[in-house]
Design a protein around this ligand. Structure first.
Ligand code: NAP
Length: 245
C-alpha cells in the first residue's frame, strides 16, 4: 500500500515510516521539511495522489492554545479534504488517551479539536488514542523539577514504547477504518511518583505535588486505558534495560 505519514520526519513519524517500509509498504513522509505542509495545504494534492492510507502523526509547532488548536483543526481539515479528493480510503490520526477527562490541559483541548475535525472530515477514519510514550517520561519529570526536587503525584499513566506503538499503528493502517476511537497503551498502569523514583537522576528527591502533569489538575486515573485497549508487550523495566545498554 502507499501510505503517507503526515509528520513522518518527527519522533514518532520516523519510526513509523521505518516500520511500514519493513512491512513492505510504500511509506512516504510528508512534512514541511519534505515540502508538504498540512496546515497551509502546500504539496498535499501531489503527495496524496495514488495514496491508500494517511497516518497523521504531526505535532503543533507551538504551545499556545489558540495556535495549537488552529493547527490541529486546519491541518486535519486539509488532510481529509485533500484525502477525499484523492480517494484515500483510511485516515488514521494519533491522539491521546483520556483527552476529555484531562481537559484542564490546554494541549489536550487542542488535540480534541483535531479529533472533531477528523470525525467530520470526508475520509473513513480511525482515531488512535495512545498512552504517553516511555520516551516522553523524562520530559514529564523535567517539567516538574526545581533544583534537586521533582514534585510528582500518584496520577497514573500507562506508558508505551514508541517501537510498540508504531507497529500497532501499522496494523491499524492495514485494517479497515473503525469510524471511531481505539486505545493503545503499555502493559502496566504506573503512578507518576513511582515512575519518578525509578527514573530520577541520582541526587534528585521525589516529593509530592498536586499538579504533576504540566501544571494541570487532572483526575488520578484520567490517563489510564479502558478495558478494550490494545496493550503492547514492552514493560518499563525492559525498556529501561534496553536504554542502559
Ligand atoms: N508524547 C507522547 O507521549 C504522546 C502520546 C500520545 C500521542 N502523542 C501525539 O503524537 C504526535 C506526534 O508527536 P511527536 O512527539 O512524534 O512529534 P514531533 O517529534 O514533534 O514531530 C512533529 C512532526 O510534525 C511535523 N509538522 C509540523 N508542522 C507540520 C505541518 N504544517 N504540516 C505537516 N507536518 C508538520 C514535523 O515536521 P518537520 O520535521 O518538517 O518540522 C514533524 O515531522 C502528536 O500529535 C502527539 O500529540 C504523543
Amino acid at each position: 500500500m502507499r501510505i503517507v505519514v503526515a509528520g513522518g520526519t518527527g519522533q514518532t513519524g520516523r519510526l513509523l515510516v521505518e516500520a511500514l517500509r519493513s512491512r513492505g509498504h510504500e511509506a512516504v513522509p510528508a512534512s514541511p521539511s519534505t515540502g508538504v505542509n498540512a496546515f497551509t495545504g502546500d504539496g498535499l494534492e501531489q503527495v496524496l495522489t495514488g495514496t491508500d492510507v494517511v497516518i497523521d502523526v504531526t505535532n503543533a509547532p507551538t504551545a499556545d492554545e489558540a495556535e495549537a488548536t488552529e493547527f490541529f483543526r486546519v491541518s486535519s481539515e486539509n488532510l481529509t479534504n485533500a484525502g477525499a479528493k484523492a480517494g484515500v480510503r483510511h485516515h488514521v490520526v494519533l491522539s491521546i488517551i483520556g483527552l476529555e477527562r484531562a481537559s484542564d490541559l490546554a494541549y489536550y483541548r487542542a488535540k480534541l479539536a483535531q479529533e472533531v475535525a477528523v470525525r467530520s472530515g470526508g475520509v473513513p477514519y480511525t482515531i488512535v488514542r495512545a498512552a504517553q510514550f516511555f520516551e516522553f517520561l523524562d520530559t514529564i519529570l523535567q517539567a516538574n523539577t526545581r533544583d534537586d526536587e521533582v514534585a510528582l503525584a500518584p496520577v497514573r499513566v500507562q506508558p508505551i514504547a514508541l517501537s510498540d506503538l508504531v507497529e500497532r499503528l501499522a496494523v491499524i493502517a492495514e485494517s479497515d477504518p473503525v469510524g471511531g476511537t481505539v486505545e493503545v497503551a503499555g502493559p502496566e498502569a504506573l503512578a507518576l511518583d513511582e515512575i519518578g523514583r525509578r527514573l530520577a537522576a541520582p541526587g534528585l528527591r521525589v516529593t509530592s505535588g498536586d499538579r504533576p502533569f504540566f501544571g494541570a489538575d487532572i483526575p488520578l486515573d484520567a490517563l489510564v486505558a479502558g478495558p478494550s485497549a490494545y496493550l503492547a508487550p514492552t514493560t518499563l523495566d525492559t525498556w529501561l534495560a534496553g536504554r542502559r545498554r
